[in-house]
Unconditional design. Structure first.
Ligand code: CA
Length: 200
């Protein structure tokens, strides 16, 4: 899954990026309100983590503009200001969850999993299609008929996750590269082919 993190505190942003990468999310950081808004509008993300106090445009305004434009991706708001008025404003403005700082990293990951599941309408622990299941917990891919399983590397997992979330669909290479490697990546098409051949 691909996450947009809009947070101007560089240290916190770096720590959250590291954590989410360990948890096998693909993360792109943005550091100002306008940058966050532009990135979110590309529609390339499964969820947005949005700080409230941001340079250029605050998180409430970013959220209001996104929702006013019909943006339906789950948004988790993050802020030092834990007071009730702010929480109400965030939730009324269309936030799916409001996490006051300081937070436990484990809590952030749990909330992110919860809102991304909600976004897809049904809770899933394992993704499965055509006789194979992918475990979110330990990144293993299991053959349902034989019970044989293999543990996937980070990119293999992310790629397999995209396939299993879009069963039976033909996905353009550009989409796959964008979802797994991100826009700025140097990933080339043959890189993608190598990973697809690993999965096969
Ligand atoms: Ca901030």
């Amino acid at each position: 899954m691909r996450i947009l993190l809009v947070e101007d505190e560089k240290n916190l942003s770096a720590a959250v990026c590291r954590l989410l990468q360990q948890e096998r999310f693909v993360v792109d950081p943005a550091y100002t309100g306008p940058e966050g808004l532009d990135c979110a509008l590309t529609g390339a993300y499964d969820a947005v983590i949005l700080d409230v106090m941001l340079p250029g445009m605050d998180g409430f305004t970013v959220l209001e503009r996104l929702r006013a434009g019909g943006f339906r991706t789950p948004v988790m708001m993050l802020t030092a200001r834990g007071d009730l008025q702010d929480r109400i404003r965030g939730l009324e403005g269309g936030a799916d969850y409001y996490l006051p700082k300081p937070f436990q990293m484990g809590e952030l990951v749990a909330c992110l999993r919860a809102i991304t599941r909600r976004g897809e309408g049904a809770p899933v622990m394992a993704l499965s299609f055509a006789g194979v299941s992918l475990s979110e917990k330990d990144a293993s891919l299991t053959n349902d008929a034989t019970g044989q399983s293999v543990k996937l590397g980070a990119k293999e997992y992310q790629l397999m996750e995209v396939f299993l979330r879009n069963p039976g669909q033909i996905l353009p290479k550009e989409t796959l590269i964008e979802r797994v490697w991100g826009y700025d990546s140097e990933a080339e098409y043959n890189n993608l082919e190598v990973y697809v051949s690993f999965l096969r």
